[in-house]
Ligand binder design. Sequence first.
Ligand SMILES: *[C@@H]1O[C@H](CO)[C@@H](O)[C@H](O)[C@H]1NC(C)=O
Ligand SMILES: *[C@@H]1O[C@H](CO)[C@@H](O)[C@H](O)[C@H]1NC(C)=O
Ligand SMILES: *[C@@H]1O[C@H](CO)[C@@H](O)[C@H](O)[C@H]1NC(C)=O
Ligand SMILES: *[C@@H]1O[C@H](CO)[C@@H](O)[C@H](O)[C@H]1NC(C)=O
Ligand SMILES: *[C@@H]1O[C@H](CO)[C@@H](O)[C@H](O)[C@H]1NC(C)=O
Ligand SMILES: *[C@@H]1O[C@H](CO)[C@@H](O)[C@H](O)[C@H]1NC(C)=O
Ligand SMILES: *[C@@H]1O[C@H](CO)[C@@H](O)[C@H](O)[C@H]1NC(C)=O
Ligand SMILES: *[C@@H]1O[C@H](CO)[C@@H](O)[C@H](O)[C@H]1NC(C)=O
Length: 888
Amino acid sequence: KILTDSMARMRHVPLWSLTFLLLACLPSETDALAVMSVDLGSESMKIAIVKPGVPMEIVLNKESQRKTPVTVALKENERLFGDSAMGMSIKNPKIALRYFQDLLGKHIDNPQVTLYRWRFPQHELVKDERRQTVIFKLSHEMQYSPEEILAMVLNYSRGLAEEFAEQPVKDAVITVPVYFNQAERRAVLHAAQMADLKVLQLINDNTAVALNYGVFRRKDINATAQNIMFYDMGAGSTVCTIVTYQTVKTKDSGTQPQLQIRGVGFDRTLGGLEMEYRLRDYLVKLFNKQQPSKDVRQNLRAMAKLLKEANRLKTILSANADHAAQIEGLLDDVDFKAKVSRQEFEDLCSDLFQRVPGPVLQALSSAEMNLDEIDQVILVGGATRVPKVQEVLLKAVGKDELGKNINADEAAAMGAVYQAAALSKAFKVKPFIVRDAAIFPIQVEFTREVEEQDKSKSLKHNKRILFQRMAPYPQRKVITFNRYTDDFEFYVNYGDLAFLSQDDLQAFGSLNLTTVKLRGVGDSFRKHSDYESKGIKAHFNMDESGVLSLDQVESVFETVVEDKPEEESTLTSKYTEEEESQAEAGKEDQGEKQDQKEGEGTVSEEQGEEKQQPSPMQDKTETIPPEAERQEEKEEGEKTASQDLTVRDLEKQEREKSANSLEAFIFETQDKLYQEEYQFVSTEEQRGEISRKLSEASNWMEEEGYRATTKELKEKLSELKKLCRSLFFRVEERRKWPDRLNALENLLNHSNIFLKGARMIPEADQIFTEVELSTLEKAINETVTWKNETLAEQNKLPPTEKPTLLSKDIELKIAALDREVQYLLNKAKFAKPRPKKEKNTTKTDSGKNATAPPDSEKIIPPKEEKGEGEEATLGDQSGPDTGRDSFV
Ligand SMILES: *[C@@H]1O[C@H](CO)[C@@H](O)[C@H](O)[C@H]1NC(C)=O
Ligand SMILES: *[C@@H]1O[C@H](CO)[C@@H](O)[C@H](O)[C@H]1NC(C)=O
Ligand SMILES: *[C@@H]1O[C@H](CO)[C@@H](O)[C@H](O)[C@H]1NC(C)=O
Ligand SMILES: *[C@@H]1O[C@H](CO)[C@@H](O)[C@H](O)[C@H]1NC(C)=O
Ligand SMILES: *[C@@H]1O[C@H](CO)[C@@H](O)[C@H](O)[C@H]1NC(C)=O
Ligand SMILES: *[C@@H]1O[C@H](CO)[C@@H](O)[C@H](O)[C@H]1NC(C)=O
Ligand SMILES: *[C@@H]1O[C@H](CO)[C@@H](O)[C@H](O)[C@H]1NC(C)=O
Ligand SMILES: *[C@@H]1O[C@H](CO)[C@@H](O)[C@H](O)[C@H]1NC(C)=O
């Protein structure tokens, strides 16, 4: 019993952070099993994958970073992404596109477009005449819609995931801001489609965070409801969410934990970026004052540098009372330096801080709750690190403290990838029920001719709520029209959005979703004149992605059939006739207020079992928004454009690539020299040396670079890389330590528990020999000693020197100790119960004289080996030395 217990515990040991719980790979599937998530922030994205053997992990990008800037730099024959593109945003701001998600699905006159133009005057935005939306015009040949740009980013994210997973990835869950409306959600789906990704679901990013939080607190969730408020201030916007966690009974799988989105409040433009713009403009003012003969605003590159410096300043002022902003050669070789205090920063943003409580109040009112009912408030998102934000929020929520106990940066990506695994057929995941809520009400409107008491006719305008505010989804709804006997039309519109601020309402765009014109209604009545009409039913579906579609409209007739006299009941048979629904934009006069008593147009939830459930991506042709059809045509055009560029991509010259890599390296490294992480492990001289060499290379590029050969460019790059190698190494190592040491500590703890357990097995039932157990003990002892000594040595070293504690070594130690444990576990697993009569013999055999079998006899579980029970299996064991495999 003890052994089983400790073995069971072994199975739960997280090795690198999150590998425990949940995931089992079902047999049969071969490759392409991995699924991914993209947490698509306005500033940067985080990608996570699940594949057999690698449960839930954040994907490292090409720079080994856990997040990647959402930036695309478009050149004639090359595209750059991520950090390389960020380098371009300073060097050549015109070609680097950022924060473009704000433009998805927006008409050109939307205030978000105006704001974008103000923030990024370097980009030319022109009108897409067909859709009235915007297009980035980089040159006559290079014109891209925000959807196409997003498609490129999604395609790139898939590339990163595939590289990391070492296999193709096609299925993804993508996060979207909860306030994305129908047009914006469709734009994201459209982009994913262009990137050839199969979207399992669009998940609201606040819901993904809540799911991640719940999954790791499964044990704390019981029948008593707990209400948690998440306050998420990111770069672009702020969202406050109230979530209720509790266990519920389900039909199929017993009692399971559930999260329900109860309230949501948001502010579309409140976030870190706006603070950075305030700081930038302040720096602009300071510089122009210092240099009255110049105007820095005329220089795009200088402005881009100032924005970047503002970003750094904001971060530093979150921890320090003041800091000197500093940019060398900002404009015409003039350096810029100015001290900015936190107080100044807070004054610049005072109106923004006043907006902090807004989303809280909105969330409470939509949930119809008050603050007493909220058990905890948890911070999410980078901008919540600004002390003033926390101060104002704390006051607004009246709690003792704000929870900081989730990984604010990665929770959404992890929650989304959990959902991806749950939706993928290749994995088995412990159920966690998610009930999301639609934050914008949707209603059906129609106008009908009615007869007044004096027999005169008049038109009545009616409204029926289809989905009210905070309606849970996915959900199907049917609206039944009983009085129409001929063709008619109805409108699907957003309902009352009075809870939105004036700004948010303007950014929302059109309140009309579509007009549905029905044909063939009159015919169906003529054809079935013998039957009784049960009305015209329109079946709506709001799917997992929060996307509304009209599945079908049917005219239902019923007839009563006389049956054998002895049977009392009557049978009804049902004839349904599907009518064509056709989407067409239409106009309508302002109608009168609805007559509640009229009884026409009753809305109900879809009854019976699910009918032809369309997957989120497949219902295109039946969806109703007016854009649907036009979008489809447009897609063709866009696909060609993308392919053209791909051809050009393929033709790009080696030389240019080398030049770009060199440029990018110089820019990125110059930037790194200012980052705390790099400064901590380097001396002033070391940095000076590197900085000098970088400047030299940069000058060389400008003067000679255009005639340099590929070889020369490559040599220059490798020279620089060599120069920086040891610095980068020290940073990398430090980044890896916490994870690795934690894993080692864990393994040591659990090995000890295991050893103790094994030692307590009565001698008669003992399956391990003493030599085996003392070998394990020795391995544990040695590992502890190594760790102690190496850590002690490392602590004596200055951080600027080559570390003695090496992540590679930690991994080797883990692998070695793990091998011992694995060996014993396998032995136990394959040990046969001992026949009674052998007892005596065995005892003598397994005395002090037994020796451990040689390595070759160790039983390595076959690849397909699955653990027992879904929670226990963590995928197969493929060499712990890769540093990210689970070990059970
Ligand atoms: C998508 O990315 C891959 C690399 O991951 C690249 O080979 C391919 O050309 C890209 N496709 C498009 C349409 O950009
Ligand atoms: C549910 O869990 C909470 C803490 O997580 C605890 O305080 C409460 O007593 C539990 N309720 C029940 C009915 O177990
Ligand atoms: C939106 O719908 C309403 C009511 O159905 C209608 O009166 C109005 O004209 C529509 N607006 C536009 C721009 O189509
Ligand atoms: C290992 O065990 C010690 C004490 O038994 C405990 O303090 C420590 O937190 C454990 N470490 C891990 C990573 O579980
Ligand atoms: C391991 O260390 C413990 C205490 O540190 C000691 O009692 C034990 O004898 C050691 N075992 C082996 C096999 O070295
Ligand atoms: C290792 O260090 C821990 C605490 O730092 C100490 O308790 C333990 O005795 C040390 N073990 C060895 C074998 O040095
Ligand atoms: C083992 O066998 C011997 C005689 O062969 C007997 O005396 C002894 O009791 C047995 N021991 C056990 C544990 O069965
Ligand atoms: C151990 O076994 C070997 C041969 O198998 C034998 O020569 C030796 O005497 C044994 N030692 C003990 C302590 O039983």
